[in-house]
Ligand binder design. Sequence first.
Ligand code: ZN
Length: 239
Amino acid sequence: MITPETIQQITSRLDIVEIVGEFVKLKKRGSNYLGVCPFHNEKSPSFTVNDAKGFYHCFGCAAHGDIISFVMQSEGLEFADAIKKLADDHGIPIPQITKFDKVQEEKIDRDYLLLEKITAFFEKNFQESQGREARNYLTRRGLNAEIIKKYRLGFAPNSFDALNKFLAAAGFSEKELLTSGVIARSDQQKIYDKFRNRVIFPITDKKNRPIAFGGRVLAAEDMPKYLNSAETAIFKKNQ
Ligand code: ZN
């Protein structure tokens, strides 16, 4: 199973000059490397390797590509086999996907979907009449509509069950709600929303997917002033 992470590791960890250099004698020329093309017959070198950009290009036969396509072309391998060879030769582990991983992966997808729904819920509340105070607050703090939209800022209504009822109606189980990081169970076994009457700041991962929330009070007497989501499968505070 080839994952995008494996491909990324290969292209970022391996040095194209080194890999190509096993086949082609390369000389440094400016910011590129130059050699005799292995893909067509030539006497004067027109084959270049750009180390920084991680690709090669031949001005004679137009052969062009990255580290993976070089191995495919030079060894006559399919894409997956070229990856496997590069990974094996250079000690990059290729994860074996098991049935358990598949289940985990589906669960994680569902976690992201849940967080997306919650983000949309807070955004919608922000735009409604109950979000007026939150809108005024952010305006006072100098945030315009563009910024608010870009960072998907929102509002958690002053309710113990608006969010959990919304999510239940959207088909999420009670067990799933409790993995969201923003819904908890009271000592009386009642499910409740942890973020109430707060301006909401989504926390996103590198792919810009919401994974958690920070919430700031609107009423000065509410505590704590700032509240974050609890840790979840997709939100680890130390990461
Ligand atoms: Zn060539």
